[in-house]
Design a protein around this ligand. Structure first.
Ligand code: FAD
Length: 556
C-alpha cells in the first residue's frame, strides 16, 4: 500500500500519522509545496504580535520527526501539479530544482487547504497589503511593520482572523480600523451577541466601519495605502490586512474531474472518500454536512480537519469510522473578551425555516460570593418540539469556552435542554456555581418548554400592544425603563397583585431575567398569563444597539 498525501499541515499530517499507526507496512509520502510541515497556522496572529517570540515554536513537527518517529517521508517545496486517476499517479514538481517526476499511489489523500480570498479590486496587489495563511506571510507582515515603522493599519474583514490580528497589531501601538461588509463583526454570531464586542473593540481604540464594502486601494507616494469603500470612505494607513475569508483549494480536484459540491468544496462521503474510490479529501478543501441543519458547508477549522484526517486514514485501511459533520464550534479572543459558539445560529435557523426557541442569560462565570465573578452573555437555541439543543453562543471574560465546549459535546450526542439542566459539572467557588451557567441555561429553556415560565423576546413582541411590568427596584426604574412600563418591584408583587390586569398578557422584565423569572412564577401561580422577557434589560440593550426597528428607545 502506497499512500500519497497532498498537504502536510492539519488534515494531511494527521492523516499520515494515523495511517502509520494503522499499518507498519504502508509506504507513506507527505508532500507540501511550502517550506514547513505541520506548522501551527492558528498561532500566526500571535507570532505577528510577538506573543509567540520564536518562529520555531510554530513548528509542531519536522520532516526528521516524521521520518524517525513514524517512518513517513516528507517532501517539502514539492508541488503536486497533476493527478492521473486512470494511471493512479501524481505528477510532482520539485520547486527547488524544477524537476518534474511521477509518483504512483494506491491511495491518494488531498488536504490542500484553502486560499485567502483576494477579490480583483483595483490596487489589491499593492505593496503593503497582506494576507495571513503561512509562516512566510507572517514573516512579511512583521518585516513590513518594522521597516516601515507602521503607525496605522486597516483590517479588511472582521472575522476570527481579522479580530485576532487587531489585538496583536494593537500590541505595537498601531492605530487600527476594521472595515466589515456585514453590520457586525464575527458573522457566525447573531448580531445582538456581537454588540458587546463592538463596544469592547472601540474601548481599545479600534475604529469600526461596519456595513462598508471595500472597493479598491491606492498606493501613495509615502508608501502608505488609501483604502476606498462603497460608502465613499477613504482611509489612509501604513498597512492593510485582508482577512475576508478563504476559498477551498480545489484546483487539483477540479482538473481531474472529482466531484465539486455546491459550496465550491470537494464533495466527499462520510468516510472522506471523494467521487473516486482511491482518492480521499479532508480539511478546508472539502464540503461537510452541517451537524444541525444537514446543509453542505465549508467551515475552515483545525479541529474538523484533524478529525477528518484520521477518518480518511481509517477508511483507507477498511475501517468504517465516519465523520459526523461540523458544528462550527469556535472560539476567539478579542482583547479581554472571549467569544465562543457551537451549532446553528438564529440567522441560519430562520433562513432554513427550522423551528427554534431561544433563551438569553447573563450568569457569572463563577459563584457571585467569590471575588471577581465576570458575567457571561449566553444565548441558547433549541427545538420547541423536543428541546434538542441547536446552538449556543457566549461572550465574556472568563469561563466562556468551557461552557460552549460542554454544550458542544452534548450537541454531538443530540442532547436536549433537559440534559443541560441535569449536567453534573465541576464546582468550587473559583470555577463555577452549584448551578453552573450551563445548568441555568437548561433550566430556563426547560421551564419555557414546560410552560412553567414562558419566555418572550424583545425582537419578537409588538411594543405598542404589550403590557410591560418592570420588576426592578424603583431606583433602577427611574434611571431607565421601557416606555409605558409599570413598575412593581419584585418584593412588592404580592401586595400589589390586584393592580395587574387579568385579561392581558403581562410581559415582565428585570435586569437580566432572574427577578423576572421569580415574578412570572408568582404571577402564573396566581392565574396571570405572564411571560419573562428573556435576558431582561441587558438583552434589550443588545438589541437596541443593533437598531432593530421594533425596539423603542429607553426613556431616561
Ligand atoms: P492547511 O492547514 O492549510 O494545509 C494545506 C497545505 O497544503 C498547505 O501547507 C499548502 O502549502 C499545501 N498544498 C496545497 N496545495 C498543494 C499542492 N498542490 N501540492 C503540495 N502541497 C499543497 N482554526 C481553528 O480551529 N482555530 C484557530 O484558532 C484557527 N486560527 C487560524 C489562524 C490563521 C491565521 C489561519 C490561517 C487559520 C486558522 N485556523 C484556525 C484554520 C485552520 O488553520 C485550518 O482550518 C486548518 O489548518 C486546515 O487544515 P488543512 O489541512 O485543510 O489545510
Amino acid at each position: 500500500m502506497k499512500i500519497i498525501i497532498v498537504g502536510g499541515v492539519a488534515g494531511g499530517a494527521s492523516c499520515a500519522a494515523r495511517a502509520r499507526r494503522l499499518s507498519e507496512e504502508a509506504e507513506i509520502i507527505l508532500i507540501d509545496r511550502g517550506p514547513y510541515v505541520s506548522f501551527a497556522n492558528c498561532g500566526l496572529p500571535y507570532y505577528v504580535g510577538d506573543v509567540i517570540h520564536e518562529e520555531e515554536n510554530l513548528l509542531v513537527a519536522t520532516p526528521e520527526l516524521f521520518k524517525n518517529r513514524f517512518n513517513i517521508e516528507v517532501r517539502l517545496e514539492n508541488e503536486v501539479a497533476n493527478i492521473s486517476r486512470d494511471k493512479k499517479t501524481v505528477e510532482i514538481k520539485d520547486l527547488k530544482t524544477g524537476r518534474v517526476y511521477v509518483e504512483p499511489y494506491d491511495a491518494l489523500v488531498l488536504s490542500p487547504g484553502a486560499s485567502p480570498i483576494k477579490p480583483p479590486l483595483p490596487g489589491i496587489e499593492s505593496e503593503g497589503i497582506f494576507v495571513l495563511r503561512t509562516i512566510p506571510d507572517s514573516r512579511k507582515i512583521k518585516q513590513w511593520i518594522t521597516e516601515k515603522k507602521v503607525k496605522s493599519a486597516v483590517i479588511v474583514g472582521g472575522g476570527f482572523i481579522g479580530l485576532e490580528m487587531a489585538e496583536n497589531l494593537s500590541l505595537f501601538g498601531i492605530q487600527l480600523s476594521i472595515i466589515e461588509m456585514q453590520t457586525q463583526v464575527l458573522p457566525p454570531f447573531d448580531p445582538e451577541m456581537a454588540s458587546s464586542l463592538h463596544s469592547h473593540l472601540k474601548s481599545h481604540g479600534v475604529s469600526l466601519c461596519l456595513g462598508e464594502a471595500v472597493t479598491g486601494f491606492e498606493k501613495n507616494q509615502d508608501s502608505s495605502i488609501t483604502v476606498m469603500t462603497k460608502g465613499g470612505l477613504k482611509m489612509k494607513s501604513d498597512l492593510v490586512i485582508l482577512s475576508i475569508g478563504v476559498r477551498p483549494e480545489v484546483k487539483l480536484a477540479k482538473e481531474c474531474a472529482l466531484e465539486i459540491g455546491q459550496r465550491g468544496g470537494i464533495r466527499v462521503n462520510e468516510h472522506m472518500q471523494t467521487s473516486d474510490a482511491h482518492i480521499w479529501a479532508v480539511g478546508d478543501a472539502v464540503e461537510s454536512r452541517d451537524f444541525i441543519t444537514g446543509e453542505w458547508i465549508t467551515v475552515p477549522l483545525a479541529g474538523p480537519a484533524n478529525r477528518q484526517g484520521r477518518v480518511a486514514a481509517d477508511s483507507i485501511f477498511g475501517r468504517t469510522t465516519h465523520f459526523r459533520g461540523i458544528q462550527g464550534t469556535a472560539v476567539c479572543k478579542v482583547f479581554e473578551l472571549i467569544a465562543a459558539l457551537t451549532g446553528a445560529n438564529e440567522k441560519n435557523l430562520k433562513r432554513l425555516n427550522i423551528p427554534y426557541q431561544k433563551v438569553y442569560l447573563y450568569p457569572g462565570h463563577h459563584a457571585g460570593y467569590y471575588p471577581n465573578a465576570k458575567p457571561i452573555d449566553m444565548k441558547i437555541l433549541f427545538s420547541p418540539k423536543d428541546g434538542r439543543i441547536l446552538g449556543a453562543q457566549a461572550v465574556g471574560e472568563e469561563g466562556v469556552e468551557k461552557r460552549i465546549d460542554v454544550i458542544a459535546a452534548l450537541i454531538q450526542k443530540n442532547g436536549t435542554v433537559y440534559d443541560l439542566e441535569e449536567a453534573e459539572l465541576c464546582y468550587a467557588p473559583q470555577f463555577g456555581a452549584a448551578k453552573d451557567p450551563v445548568n441555568i441555561a437548561g433550566m430556563l429553556a426547560a421551564n419555557a418548554l414546560r410552560n412553567d415560565a414562558p419566555l418572550a423576546h424583545w425582537d419578537q413582541i409588538d411594543f405598542k400592544n404589550v403590557f410591560f411590568l418592570d420588576v426592578r427596584s424603583s431606583e433602577e426604574y427611574s434611571a431607565e425603563h421601557v416606555e409605558n412600563a409599570v413598575n412593581i418591584p419584585l418584593d412588592k408583587i404580592r401586595e400589589n397583585i390586584s393592580a395587574l390586569p387579568r385579561e392581558k398578557e403581562i410581559y415582565v422584565y428585570c435586569g437580566v431575567g432572574q427577578r423576572g423569572y421569580y415574578a412570572v412564577r408568582a404571577l402564573r401561580c396566581n392565574g396571570f398569563n405572564a411571560f419573562n422577557l428573556s435576558g431582561g434589560m441587558k438583552s434589550y440593550k443588545a438589541f437596541t444597539n443593533q437598531g432593530l426597528p421594533t425596539v423603542k428607545k429607553v426613556m431616561q
